[in-house]
Design a protein around this ligand. Sequence first.
Ligand SMILES: [Fe+2]
Length: 262
Amino acid sequence: MTETVLLEEELSYTVDALGSPKVWRTGHDAGELVPSQCVYGYVWTCLGEASGEVFAIPEFSEPDRRNMNAATIGVNVSAPRAIENFLDMGHFPYVHTDILGVEPHTEVKEYDVEISIENDEILATRCRFFQPMASQASGGGADVEYIYRVPHPFCSVLYKSSPVDDKRMDVIAVFLQPVDQEHIRAHMMLSVLDEDNDDKSIRLFQQTIFGQDKPILENQFPKRLPLDPRAETPIRADKSAITYRRWLSRKGITYGVIPAAA
Ligand SMILES: [Fe+2]
């Protein structure tokens, strides 16, 4: 049995040999289960009424992919702040210097972002950035293409050009477990094409990146994400961040945010 905290609720859970989870409120009868599912190697639960399936990541079931949890890291920040940082390409040359970016390649080129009504998710496409070392499998600097999905207020799925197959993309997803409004456990899931590197070095690459983001995230003030469009004026209007904030407002999300005044 494992204990954890989700949305300030103490939960206990088990996963049996067949991968079936059981989740209940700690201290309550283990017969009173809350809804749960094992998806992408993680236990997902819902403290209210489960209203649908976990969003699809079709690549996860492709047989030649390496799927793994790269890391689970506690971060002293709200989930929406962490999602917004994940969507931001502008910090690559400054925070992930010589890995995901390098000066003078600092320009965030024009990209497209939309709210997909059909899937109720944010989709940012045509994102391109010069990266000295895009992944553990890359052989040198390259212009890398990104697609971002935000299919859940606290989850994002990033697709980036595969260094080993120019027709397919690696998948890096962050599934944020809000412990409370200003603390998360960030689960980082990888579904990558890589036949050369072992799991440990693939994980280590992502852990290095996340280790660079963590202090930046923890220094954000306020820790909750302000949704009022006038609260923070970015120097360079960041389309995906603005769209994300608007989408959270429209969905009525109040957890981990400072809602816009009515
Ligand atoms: Fe980052």
